[in-house]
Structure formats: structure tokens, C-alpha cells
Design a protein around this ligand. Structure first.
Ligand SMILES: Nc1ncnc2c1ncn2[C@@H]1O[C@H](COP(=O)(O)OP(=O)(O)OP(=O)(O)O)[C@@H](O)[C@H]1O
Length: 312
């Protein structure tokens, strides 16, 4: 493991009943950085997020390694050293306790403060994510979606974990609220000194909030490296195609954006070659018959056979 890695993931694979949902994923997360995991629906982002926390469902066969500062993540680490911000805030909050009360319980269980001090710290944490003092004793169902997600961010960061894993944390929110909540998430992780793994399919959010990124396609890594390099000049054909579907500053407001023709293969239907080959405009015979290994090109890892990568 490189000495600067907080989290080190090596050859992580997850199968369900022999069907691969994730295969051969390796990456590091450095202290204080935001690493984005991106890909289309079904790419394996949530499976990866759960595997990082050691929370894959029963029946999942997990192989490879996930090391937090060199040791495997255990159940005792969750909520302390590693915390989850899920897509659906209601699933992370108890419906029968006010949010300040449940945050205080989390603070007390880890920091061992008195009931009174824990409640004061909980309320302070809720203020830090922008929940007004008059709302801190509300029940989760009494808060808006954005407020609830802010409360979950407070819950995830209040005990100063080393790593926060946020699985599509703003998907359920309206577009106007998303960027603000992502900003709060980034700020609170930075204040806690935590690194952040941000699972998203929103490349705009990646450009605004992440340092490095992993692009997943059909459960396999396609490209991994610094966000600025990848967004400026994607090398994996899948990343290139994904970026081509994004609006740019010059795109007229009502124009149709290009879409990626075809669909990702079903997890059980992957051929011997590159998973993206059937949709790739550059694919050669080799791409259809041999799975490409990741190789280092221009400061990132790219899983692609293309010859023109040699000249980058
Ligand atoms: N409990 C499960 N049992 C069987 N297959 C599963 C299970 N959970 C996930 N999968 C499969 O693993 C693959 C990856 O799913 P995952 O939820 O990680 O995708 P995703 O990239 O997070 O997609 P989305 O953006 O839609 O959430 C999918 O093919 C999915 O059907």
C-alpha cells in the first residue's frame, strides 16, 4: 500500500449467485481527498460503496481487499472510523426520535460525553450543516428532503470519521438543492479531516467537488485518475462517450443531447473481451476477445487495448 493511502482497495470483486456485479476494482483514497465513483445505472457503484463498509448483503461473495490504514474494516469501525451517507436519508434516521436526540445518542456512544454535553454537541453539529435552531428537535418526517440529508451528513461526520462514503447522496433532492447539499457534505468532511468517496452519476458534481475519479462500466473499472485530467481529455472510450453526453457552455438550451447508443450488458452476459466493446466505436477484434488490463497512461489508469493510447 502506498504510504499516502488512507483506504486501499485491491482487486475487489462481488458476485451474486456466481454472477459478477463488480470485478477487479483497485484504487486508493488519500487523506483529505474526495474520490468520485461514477458510471451508469447498474455499473456497480452501490455494490462498491457497500463493500467498502463491509455491508454487502447476505449471499454476496466478496473477494479482494479493502484496507483502512492497512487493516480490514470491521463492524466496530462503522459510525466511528468510516461512515455512510445513503441516498435515502429516511433509511438512516430513526422515525421515532427527534434528530438532535438521535445525533446525541451517536455522539454519546462514540465520544462518551454526558447526556447534556452530547445534546449540545449534536445541536452544534446540526447548526454546522445549516439546520436552523428552531428545527433541530424536529422528527425526520417533519423536515424537507434537503434538511434530512443535512442531518444525515451531520450524523456521518459528528464523530470525526476518517472516511465518509456517500452513495448518491443528492439523487432524491431537487436540482436547486443538490449542489448546496454536496457543498455542505464536502465542507463537513474537510472540517472533520475525513476523506470522501462520492458515488454519483452526475459528472457535473464530480467536476465541482472531486479530486480523483473512478469510472465504472458494467462492474469493471474503465478509467481512474485525477478529475481535471480525465474531464479535460478522457482516454477510455467509455469515459469519452459518457462525457460527450454532457451539455457544455455552448450547448443551446433546448437542443437534444447525444445519448450513448445501446445498453450496458447484463452482469451475467459479459463476453470474453472488453465489456464496452459492443458499444465502442474504436473496437477491434482483440477488444471483443480479450479483457483489457488496466495500464498507466498520462497520469491515470486506463483499461483499454487501443493503440493510440501509446502515443498520449
Ligand atoms: N442484492 C443483490 N442481488 C443480486 N444482484 C444485485 C444485488 N445488488 C446489486 N446487484 C446487481 O449488481 C449490479 C450493480 O448494482 P449497483 O446497485 O451497484 O449499481 P449502481 O451503479 O449503483 O446503479 P444505480 O446508479 O442504479 O444505483 C446490478 O446488476 C445489480 O442488479
Amino acid at each position: 500500500m502506498p504510504s499516502d493511502a488512507l483506504l486501499s482497495v485491491r482487486d475487489l470483486s462481488v458476485d451474486f449467485d456466481g454472477v459478477p456485479a463488480l470485478s477487479g476494482l483497485s484504487f486508493d483514497v488519500r487523506p483529505g481527498e474526495v474520490l468520485a465513483l461514477v458510471g451508469e445505472s447498474g455499473a456497480g457503484k452501490s455494490v462498491t460503496a457497500r463493500a467498502l463498509l463491509g455491508m454487502c448483503p447476505r449471499g454476496a461473495a466478496v473477494s479482494g481487499s479493502v484496507l483502512l490504514r492497512g487493516t480490514p474494516v470491521t463492524a466496530a469501525d462503522r459510525g466511528r472510523r468510516i461512515a455512510l451517507v445513503p441516498q435515502d436519508a429516511l433509511s438512516a434516521l430513526s422515525p421515532v426520535l427527534p434528530v438532535d436526540g438521535q445525533l446525541a445518542l451517536a455522539v454519546r456512544s462514540v465520544q462518551g460525553l454526558s447526556r447534556r454535553d452530547a445534546l449540545a454537541r449534536a445541536r452544534e453539529a446540526l447548526a454546522e450543516v445549516g439546520i436552523p435552531a428552531a428545527r433541530v428537535s424536529a422528527y425526520p418526517h417533519e423536515l424537507s428532503g434537503g434538511m434530512r440529508q443535512r442531518a444525515v451528513i451531520a450524523m456521518a461526520t459528528v464523530n470525526r470519521p476518517e472516511l465518509v462514503v456517500a452513495d448518491e447522496p443528492t439523487t432524491a433532492l431537487d436540482p436547486g438543492t443538490r449542489d448546496k447539499v454536496l457543498g455542505v457534505l464536502g465542507d463537513r468532511c474537510a472540517a472533520a479531516g475525513a476523506s470522501l468517496v462520492l458515488v454519483t452519476h452526475d459528472l457535473g458534481a464530480v467536476g465541482a467537488h472531486a479530486d480523483r475519479m473512478v469510472v465504472l462500466y458494467a462492474g469493471r473499472p474503465a478509467e481512474y485518475g485525477p478529475v481535471d485530467r480525465i474531464l479535460r481529455r478522457p482516454l477510455a472510450p467509455y469515459t469519452e462517450a459518457l462525457l460527450a453526453c454532457l451539455p457544455t457552455a455552448g450547448t443551446p438550451r433546448k437542443s437534444r443531447l447525444p445519448t450513448l447508443p445501446g445498453r450496458p450488458p447484463a452482469p451475467g452476459a459479459l463476453g470474453a473481451g472488453c465489456a464496452f466493446a459492443p458499444r465502442c466505436r474504436y473496437a477491434t477484434v482483440r477488444c471483443h476477445t480479450e479483457r483489457p488490463a488496466a495500464r498507466s497512461v498520462d497520469g491515470r489508469e486506463v483499461a483499454c487495448h487501443l493503440d493510440h493510447l501509446e502515443s498520449v
